[in-house]
Design a binder for this molecule. Structure first.
Ligand code: SF4
Length: 411
């Protein structure tokens, strides 16, 4: 078979039952019955018709329904969208991955089976923790049993791959008397999630983002915060617990049994193009269709377009219902090869195996080793924060907590 460049697709579903105080994703609180399930699917299908060309000559590796809480979406409506995406692709990867992000309050065995029936083969469940007080502090609607129960229901449904999400580095109490999660407790939670039989776990440290309720509390000095040192200890405690449970730490925040790595996310980390659909979705596509309305000047193989669709679900649906050629975007920009290489460095260094800088630079037509980057790499190597083998770069595990800074030194 001829080679076809790989591509992935992301579909944003913008509603949740409740807004969590730490969340800076585009998500709006809405009761399930108040959501226009069909209208939103129609809008995404209308957008897909305009963007289908990007998928046409490509091999589709994965589809990811993220949000928001896409497990709220009626499976029948999600199924219409999924079928149209796979039909638009030039070819489907033989091991195509189709993921739905789920919250425990909108996932039971029956719903998991319904997702399975439309072609979903991976569920990612937001367990986030197994402590009542911490879950409440995070504004979650489920309790520890609800989180573990949702994982078990997903596994019982016959879903081939199930992942659980955890958040660590959370302190509860008050700003003056913050009670931090102890590393051994975080490790015990990770072990408990692993023992359900899931084959993938994501563990993220809590980040306090401006514009969120937590961000506002922090600004006023009223949010209990975990100390950086304790958060780093927790990172390594979880690492130890999950590695011992047979889940390899393959990316800074992700663990998997062999062969169960999240292929969709690997696509981002490896710099593969992705088509974003739905309100607020981002997409990055090389050689985009000129009708997509680029504002920036420039052309050429290595230039890519990064776009973001309009954020408001109402506006997105209204514009899509009007028809017409234009695709409503919040923003779009041309990415030059240097910018793309910086992104590859930032994301590639998050992987345990690192990435091939020289191959990435050659593919983008830019120099891998300008003098400043060479000097920075040598400095980082001497400090034990980087390994350079041939053209490959890798951050040793002991230095993973410094990865963002290491990547910035190499831009
Ligand atoms: S459920 Fe997820 S997407 Fe929705 S508000 Fe909470 S963190 Fe954000």
């Amino acid at each position: 078979m001829d080679y076809m460049e790989p591509i992935t697709a992301y579909v944003h579903f913008p509603w949740c039952l409740k807004k969590c105080p730490y969340c800076d994703f585009v998500s709006f609180a809405k009761a399930r019955e108040a959501i226009d399930h069909r209208g939103y699917a129609d809008a995404v299908l209308a957008e897909l018709r305009k963007r289908a060309e990007a998928l046409g000559e490509r091999e589709l590796r994965s589809v990811f329904f993220g949000g928001g809480t896409p497990s709220l979406w009626e499976p029948e409506e999600m199924g219409r969208v999924l079928s149209a995406i796979t039909a638009a692709a030039g070819r489907l990867s033989p091991d195509i991955e189709v993921t739905v992000e789920c919250n425990p309050t909108s996932l039971d065995e029956q719903r998991a089976r319904a997702f399975r029936a439309i072609g979903v083969n991976r569920l990612s469940v937001g367990v986030q923790g197994l402590d009542v007080e911490r879950l409440r502090f995070l504004g979650r609607l489920h309790d520890p049993d609800g989180g573990l129960g949702a994982l078990s229901a997903a596994l019982r449904s016959g879903m081939p791959r199930v992942s659980g999400d955890l958040i660590y580095g959370v302190a509860v109490g008050t700003a003056d008397e913050a009670r931090e999660q102890r590393p051994e407790h975080a490790a015990a939670e990770a072990r408990a999630v692993a023992s359900t039989g899931v084959t993938h776990i994501s563990a993220y440290s809590l980040t306090v983002e401006p514009g969120t309720s937590f961000g506002e509390l922090a600004r006023r000095g009223r949010l209990p915060l975990a100390a950086d040192e304790g958060v780093a200890d927790t990172f390594f405690a979880i690492d130890e617990a999950l590695e011992a449970a047979g889940l390899a730490h393959y990316e800074i925040s992700n663990y998997a049994k062999p062969g169960h790595e999240a292929r969709h996310n690997l696509g981002y980390w490896q710099g593969i193009d992705y088509v974003g659909l739905g309100c607020a979705a981002y997409g990055t596509v090389s050689r985009p269709d000129p009708r997509w309305g680029l504002r920036a000047e420039g052309s050429g193989e290595a230039l890519a377009l990064r776009y973001r669709n309009v954020v408001s679900p109402d506006r997105y649906m209204a514009v899509m219902a009007e028809g017409g050629e234009a695709i409503p975007v919040e923003s779009d920009e041309r990415l030059d090869p240097e910018t793309r290489l910086s992104e590859r460095i930032m994301l590639g260094l998050r992987l345990r195996e690192g990435f091939d800088l020289e191959a990435a630079a050659a593919a983008l037509g830019v120099a891998a080793w300008p003098a400043a980057r060479r000097r920075a790499a040598e400095r980082l190597e001497r400090a034990g924060r980087l390994e350079v083998t041939g053209g490959r770069l890798r951050v040793p595990r002991a230095a993973w907590v410094f990865t963002d800074g290491i990547a910035a030194d190499l831009f």
